[in-house]
Design a protein around this ligand. Sequence first.
Ligand code: SF4
Ligand code: SF4
Length: 529
Amino acid sequence: MFCFQCEQTAKCTGCTGNMGVCGKKADTAQLQDQLTGSLIGLARSTDGNEHLISDSSTAVIIEGLFATLTNVNFDNDALLSLMARVEAEKKKMVPDCFACANPCGKNNDYDLKNLWEAHEDIRSLKSLILFGIRGVAAYAYHAAVLGYHDKAVESFFYKALIAIGMDDYGMSDLLPIVMEVGEVNLRCMALLDQANTEVFGHPQPAEVSLTVEKGPFIVVTGHDLYDLKLLLEQTEGRGINIYTHGEMLPAHAYPELKRFSHLKGNYGTAWQNQQKEFAALPAPILFTTNCLMPPKAGYADRVFTTEVVGFPGMTHIGAEKDFSPIIEKALELGGFAQDRTFPGINGGEKVMTGFARNTVMSVAGTVIDAVKAGAIRHFFLVAGCDGARPGRNYYTEFVRQTPADTVVLTLACGKYRFNDLDLGTIGGLPRLMDIGQCNDAYSAIQIAVALADAFGCGVNDLPLSMVLSWYEQKAVCILLTLLHLGIKNIRLGPTLPAFVSPNVLNFLVEKFGIAPITTPEEDLKAILG
Ligand code: SF4
Ligand code: SF4
């Protein structure tokens, strides 16, 4: 196997051998490559004719790309059935090719070995495209679940897949497509933001308890708010409480979700702690999306998956969305006999969320006055993924050391490193504000753009620094979006992506000033100095 798409890749170069660091086995990695190659074959079958694209061909492309994101689907049968769907779509799209006596081969599936063995700069740019569109597909999938689509985003998947399969493309062909991934992702994130806020309402600040009350309960992890809503509806009046985990925490801020009184609080922290946090839980867990840690035998019978998530042996809740098996399991296990509090990493017993664009912009006047009066000296966006690699406590220390006249905005699961810290307030606003999931990066961008408009300057001229942590492919497309917007001097950690070649890195450093994180002390001094 060869895979280097995420931050925890072996030796910072690539997972090879029988199993990746994430637990993905070689046969699953092989199937994921084959699935990706078949998606390229399907995209090639359009031959640039948009009228050949159908809703069902686009749906399988989005699902296929999402399924190959890190820590989503380790189930070979599920991957094989996705490949069968791709083949069926291809037959529908170009039936004559399947009866052709002299196949020209122009819509053949692509062998990803050609990509992994390409010149390092070509491999780097194509990887940025492939991993980027995997992230975009996750956002498009969530939006589609809520009935929201954007044709421009959908047709770009075909263009990008075709580009990955072009063995004669050089850097000058690929670089514009890399930047286009960022542009298209901005559209896609805007679509998801529209879907979430129209369906669930605009997030409102919410204090979230870290106490699990006695009695039966279910823990929901992943990112899919619609699954949570369906589960809340099906458990209403059943004597079962619901707790968020990981990236589900911001659900507590949405009016259409917080109105359920049995949505009680948050349990646990980020994805990489699942095996420890789920080991002795007297409750079932629902995985709605990435990021899944392979469940240990001790709790595997309590894990339920849905949507694109798959793991061999786990009970999968299908499209009919009947959550009865997980509800029965919660009642059977019974939960804790007494209320129990599970403090955050720094000992805090509650956390705040819900400072999305609508809330922050509603106090823009206060924020601007505070900046003009010198009460707020600087803003930091400390955001992105969490992960298992040592060195991520940089982010805890960075936030802890930010001066009292600065504001820290955050989003995504990396916030669990510091979201239980009490940083106090400035002018009645908390100094630490959680915007939401990694899916809410659009909200952070809108806040930055609104602040720049208010001050009559560009985002790069604001007293704002971005200190980002990455792990998987959504982070790749978000980073490309920030570059598309021309945002400079991003600090990125804990390590730089293995798939960025020295030449591509030089380009990013020279054009955008991207820099690796160093130490909290040095970086704070460089930013504020
Ligand atoms: S997803 Fe990450 S950890 Fe898993 S095999 Fe790929 S590079 Fe390795
Ligand atoms: S922020 Fe990234 S690492 Fe964390 S759960 Fe979301 S996708 Fe996974």
